[in-house]
Design a protein around this ligand. Structure first.
Ligand SMILES: Nc1ncnc2c1ncn2[C@@H]1O[C@H](COP(=O)(O)OS(=O)(=O)O)[C@@H](OP(=O)(O)O)[C@H]1O
Length: 398
């Protein structure tokens, strides 16, 4: 008896000693001990967050995020705040009102939704009428120089301020020649568009106190502000916060222009873009800082690398599995009209053809990943509101 007790004790101390040695070694070799925690596998701690509001800013990789959210909604049969009637957006560019959502009555909303992610101009009190109190709010920003360049090409024929400018450099050399402030709503895409999407005045002067107050407001409301330039790092952080599975945050690049329709600004033009969109530039700089502060607070550099690599590997796997020739196609090459994204302005927007011969289950997974925003929204709408006239998206076939 005594000797077996002694044996147990020896065994206990041996384990303690071994653990201590491993811990010291990990410290000496700078090994990240959190690497061995459950998230390293595909198991998050706690149930996934299912009440989510994504502020879909313009030309910021937001369609790739929306696709992920629509897939999450569809595969888990969650409720989603879809545009009412024949609308394709939630009232944009007007400030959001609750009754822009299908099924919500004008006299005060009773219904709450799990997910809201279509384009809208943020208006917190109205959003709160349709989203539960514990909703996770997030959004995405992009360097305004590239956001504006993407916007200029995409909205060239639609935005009055862009119509007569030969190119973006010419516009930025003399913006007030083209930009009429009184056409504020239609010109929203031409100046501080992300600031506008957040619900603020995009023509306001970038005065320090005003800017700081708005930045603090955004920080209070949005638990996470992602960066399009660091899309994969953004997905890693988002997945941790939402406690979602890896596949839930893997997406293909949607709504991208072909190289042919991308232009580049001169260095002078880039500086002018920062001054013209001074509010967006402040917004981007601020949230770029807070984004990286959050990444570094939650993940060691090694762990971040590992998780980004896993995400990329899974994306490559799905691209090889789903896509004809493993990559995007330009608009003329897309054979299935349901998969051809909306084409706008001078942009040639890329889409995808699916590989032939996929089995039914794989086909469904792949189809979801390549379905463009409008088609996906129309499909969810028809599923959720079979008694209502379907969304008319026949303009996509033109
Ligand atoms: N994963 C990922 N990483 C980085 N960038 C990405 C990604 N997905 C989309 N994009 C780029 O985002 C631009 C389209 O943005 P949006 O989808 O927000 O546009 S829209 O406002 O909904 O029309 C568009 O930018 P441009 O190609 O410069 O126009 C896309 O290429």
């Amino acid at each position: 008896m005594l000797s077996s007790l002694g044996g147990t004790q020896r065994c206990f101390w041996a384990i303690v000693l071994l653990a201590l040695i491993l811990f010291l070694l990990a410290g000496l070799l700078h090994v990240d001990v959190t690497m061995f925690s459950p998230l390293f596998g595909d198991q998050a701690e706690g149930p996934p967050i299912t009440n989510v509001m994504f502020l879909k800013t313009h030309k910021t990789a937001s369609s790739s995020v929306l696709n992920m959210l629509f897939r999450f909604v569809e595969t888990r049969n969650l409720s989603v705040a879809l545009p009412a009637g024949s609308r394709v957006h939630l009232g944009y560019p007007w400030l959001f009102l609750a009754h822009y959502v299908e099924g919500v009555k004008q006299d005060g909303a009773q219904q709450r939704f799990n997910v809201m992610c279509n384009h809208l101009r943020f208006n917190l009190p109205e959003v709160q009428k349709v989203m539960p109190n514990d909703t996770f709010y997030f959004s995405i920003l992009r360097n305004p120089v590239f956001q504006l360049e993407s916007s200029f090409i995409y909205y060239k024929d639609y935005v009055p301020a862009f119509r007569n400018a030969e190119n973006l450099d010419a516009f930025l050399a003399s913006p007030l020649t083209y930009y009429n402030q009184s056409l504020s709503l239609r010109n929203a895409y031409a100046k501080n568009n992300m600031w506008f999407d957040l619900g603020y005045d995009h023509n306001a002067p970038a005065e320090e106190n005003y800017v700081r107050a708005r930045l603090a407001e955004v920080e209070r409301r949005f638990q996470l502000v992602l960066m399009a330039e660091y899309f994969d790092e953004s997905m890693v952080l988002l997945r941790r916060r939402l406690r979602w599975r890896l596949d839930d945050v893997v997406s293909f690049r949607l709504n991208a222009r072909s190289q042919r329709s991308v232009t580049s600004l001169t260095p002078e033009g880039q500086e002018r873009a920062k001054r013209w969109c001074a509010l967006d530039w402040r917004l981007y700089q601020h949230f770029n800082r807070t984004f990286w502060a959050q990444v570094h607070a939650e993940l060691s550099p090694l762990r971040l690398r590992v998780e980004v690599a896993r995400l990329r590997a899974r994306r490559r796997e799905l691209m090889a599995l789903c896509l004809q020739d493993g990559g995007p196609k330009d608009k003329k090459q897309i054979t299935d009209l349901h998969l051809r994204p909306y084409q706008s302005g001078k942009a040639d927007i890329l889409g995808y053809n699916l590989r032939q011969g996929l089995d039914n289950q794989t086909l469904q997974v792949c189809q979801r990943m390549v379905t463009p925003e409008l088609q996906y929204m129309a499909r969810l709408y028809a599923q959720r509101f079979p008694e209502k006239p379907p969304k008319d998206i026949s303009f996509l076939e033109a």
